[in-house]
Design a protein around this ligand. Structure first.
Ligand SMILES: [Zn+2]
Length: 243
């Protein structure tokens, strides 16, 4: 037989590493047949069944049942063609590059939906304040911005994933500084955090309380809205300066 007569060439480590990295050990046939992106115990299969042909284009990761089915000559009628496996491999590598095998990191629209965890915010009403702050400009004038502060207890109902909050701003505004972050641990562990935001435009009138909700943005770009809270006016003495 041709297959046993040929000397088996060892796949180079570089090629092997490349196949393992591109497939992330996801079986090309599991993916092709049922969209299964779970990691599988498997082997690198030679698609043309010539074990001396170890160029990368001839290789694909397969789970053990699919590898033996692919190689078997007895079930020829339901076997997979090399063209269909190669087409499936192209799609699989694209899916891995897009991070679809990590559904938790997948944002809506990338193909796989995930349940967004619930970020629950309980305000400390004593510590919801807003005011007008100023940024001194080089020409001596003051650029007025809105500042808002609150403290709250946060919980995240996700079983595994912490939520890293990277942005926080009152709804309808834009954050002016991007240095803000805090982490809400998974499994409903509550944390207390102080949130400070310097934003534009200024939404309220000086001296008046302001009712608003906050938008919080996590490490995956998902946004969460808090319930409304009343923010007490606190003067920093900047509101009367000429801008
Ligand atoms: Zn498989």
């Amino acid at each position: 037989m041709l297959r046993t007569a040929r000397k088996r060439a060892r796949t180079s480590t570089t090629t092997e590493t490349s196949v393992l990295a591109k497939s992330a050990r996801r079986c090309v046939l599991c993916f092709l047949m049922s969209g299964d992106l779970a990691e599988k115990i498997g082997q690198i299969a030679h698609l043309d069944e010539d074990r001396s042909n170890s160029t990368e284009t001839n290789l694909a990761w397969m789970c053990l049942p699919h590898h033996s089915l692919y190689d078997s000559k007895t079930s020829q009628h339901k076997n997979y063609t090399i063209q269909e496996v190669k087409a499936g491999r192209t799609k699989l590598y694209r899916a891995i590059t897009a991070g679809r095998h990590h559904p938790r990191a997948t944002v809506a629209g990338a193909g796989l939906e995930r349940l967004k965890p619930r970020l629950h915010t309980v305000f400390n009403p004593q510590q919801c304040t807003w005011g007008i702050s100023g940024i001194y400009q080089v020409n001596g004038t003051v650029k007025k911005t809105m500042s808002a502060h609150f403290s709250a207890t946060f919980t995240n109902d996700d079983d595994n994933e912490p939520l890293v909050i990277l942005e926080a701003y009152p709804e309808g505004t834009r954050q002016q500084f991007g240095t803000f972050r805090f982490t809400v641990p998974p499994q409903g562990c509550p944390i207390d955090a102080m949130v400070h935001a310097t934003v534009l435009p200024v939404l309220g009138s000086p001296e008046q309380p302001l009712e608003m909700r906050f938008v919080l943005k996590d490490q995956f770009g998902r946004t969460y809205k808090t319930s409304k809270a009343t923010f007490r006016w606190v003067s920093a003495g900047v509101e009367n300066l000429s801008g």
